[in-house]
Design a protein. Structure first.
Length: 454
């Protein structure tokens, strides 16, 4: 570790990993409700469990991004973080807000209250006071990292990372706008839900991947930067108007069907470019970095993001297809693999790279970490297939044959069992990952000195 303030990342990564475990337990619970519909229904309704699953996902991914910024910006800017104290206050606010959401929803508090009560719109369910807390935390963060970069060396990696993080915070402001008209409400709601993952978060993804490639492969910075600019331009060019793929059936004018179909199809390009980038860097790289697990997660990230976002996104993005598949299990299949590939794997790649450095150890428990990669990724890919099959049958029976929703659900139970099974595998992978990141490697006991020295 070159700079003391990089240590801030350790606290962020720790909280993120704990929330990750909670997110997956939440996933298992919602998955179990699908096979046993009355499970917990008296205590915690499905909608609350589902909210806890998706919101803990978003919160831990954000904590991971913030931690990644605190880790890599000192190295890029060649100076300490402006104020470590502010960084810890920011973390405190976010943890408090998270607890606030959990308590409010689990005990159903302050119903209908404008400031303290539940908000209910998917992904932005946080009570208004928590939303305000999120904005305050984001402002503290932006101030802190922007000051650091302004006073230090400016690189393409840190500039693009900060641009992405500014965009993330500004777009979140639409969470405060909740118009009466449902069509208008949805129109702005997608500014967050879509423009985050298919817009500004892609900048964050590209810059963190670029940083990892720079460190892990030893390729020249100029080469990495050229790729970075192309990826970012492609992401914004396609992603902004690509929002139109959510405007097909919400009451917006018909031209969105064409704008959405054309531009969202182009969104495949930046995801393909990120995958090509990662592999070309490894191919051209001269460095044989000892942290093989971090490299595996980086390549896995770029590849699974291409399949989850690019291929599974394209699968249902043309309006002629989406007319039938909208809101079916096809959407859930895509949502899972895209989030997992792009943003879960990205975070784990930077955790795997940074934690040994932050804790002053050699890359450790690599084999366990790599086993966790295969268990988790295998589980998520299997889940994607089961949901895709379920979604195909659902689309046919419900949307083509016109069968009643619940009748169709009954016929899909085999797939929901398999989804639950793959979830258990993912959960085991997560436990293994956390163990491999948190615990030091056991001493190798061998008589062969050359093996022991490895
Ligand atoms: C890192 C892994 C995971 C990620 C990134 C993730 C992400 C998500 C997202 C984004 C949604 C909302 C999807 C949508 O509206 O289309 C969701 C819903 C859901 N997830 Fe996960 N999830 C993960 C793991 C799991 C696991 C292990 C299970 C367990 C079986 C699970 C079960 C569910 C269920 C049942 C829903 C509700 C779907 C519905 O409302 O029909 N997830 N998840
Ligand atoms: C990493 C990037 C991406 C993530 C994390 C992601 C995630 C998601 C999630 C969670 C949903 C469900 C939202 C909801 O209804 O609550 C969704 C919907 C959708 N996504 Fe993506 N997505 C990504 C990229 C893409 C790309 C590149 C495309 C197109 C090529 C795409 C096409 C779609 C479409 C068409 C829908 C609407 C599905 C429907 O009508 O029900 N996505 N995405
Ligand atoms: Fe989208």
């Amino acid at each position: 570790m070159k700079y003391q303030s990089q240590k801030i990342a350790l606290a962020y990564f720790g909280v993120a990993l704990a929330l990750f475990a909670i997110q997956i337990i939440g996933g298992l619970l919602v998955g179990w409700v699908y096979v046993s519909p009355n499970f917990l229904s008296e205590l915690v309704p499905f909608s609350t469990l589902r909210m806890l699953h998706t919101n803990s996902l978003i919160v831990w991914l954000l904590l991971g991004f913030f931690g990644a910024a605190y880790f890599l910006i000192p190295e890029e800017a060649e100076r300490e973080i402006h104020s470590p104290k502010l960084a810890y206050i920011q973390l405190g606010i976010l943890v408090l807000g998270t607890l606030g959401v959990v308590v409010t929803y689990l005990f159903n508090l302050f119903e209908g209250h404008w400031l303290l009560g539940k908000e209910g719109r998917e992904f932005i369910e946080q009570p208004v006071w928590v939303k305000i807390g999120i904005v305050v935390a984001a402002l503290i963060f932006l101030f802190n990292v922007t000051m650091t970069v302004l006073k230090g060396r400016k690189t393409a990696i840190s500039n693009i990372l900060i641009l992405g993080l500014w965009g993330l915070a500004l777009l979140f402001l639409f969470a405060f706008y909740n118009p009466e008209n449902l069509a208008v409400d949805k129109q702005y709601w997608w500014y967050i839900v879509h423009l985050w993952v298919e817009g500004v978060w892609e900048l964050i993804m590209a810059s963190i991947l670029a940083y990892l490639m720079l460190k892990l492969t030893g390729v020249d910075r100029e080469v990495v930067e050229k790729w970075l600019y192309v990826i970012v331009a492609a992401a914004l060019f396609s992603g902004i108007l690509g929002t139109g793929h959510h405007y097909y059936w919400i009451g917006t004018p018909g031209y969105w069907q064409w704008i959405g179909s054309i531009f969202s199809s182009l969104e495949v390009i930046p995801f393909f470019a990120m995958m090509a980038f990662a592999f070309v860097m490894v191919w051209k790289g001269r460095r044989d970095h000892p942290n093989k697990a971090a490299l595996l997660w980086s390549l896995g990230c770029a590849t699974l993001a291409f399949f989850g976002a690019g291929v599974w996104g394209f699968l249902h993005t043309l309006h002629g297809v989406n007319y039938y598949t909208h809101g079916t299990q096809i959407t859930a299949a895509h949502g899972h693999l895209a989030f997992y590939g792009a943003y879960v794997c990205l975070n784990i790649a930077i955790f795997t790279y940074a934690l040994p450095i932050l804790r002053n150890r050699d890359p450790y428990n690599q084999v366990l970490n790599m086993a966790a990669f295969w268990l988790m990724s295998g589980g998520m890919v299997f889940m994607t297939f089961t949901l895709t099959f379920a979604g195909t049958i659902q689309t046919h029976l419900q949307r083509v044959m016109g069968e009643y929703y619940m009748n169709v659900q009954d016929q899909l139970s085999l797939f929901y069992w398999m989804r639950f099974g793959s979830g258990v595998v993912v959960f085991i992978g997560v436990l293994l990952l956390i163990y491999s990141l948190a615990m030091p490697r056991k001493e190798i006991i061998t008589t062969d000195a050359s093996v022991a020295a490895e």
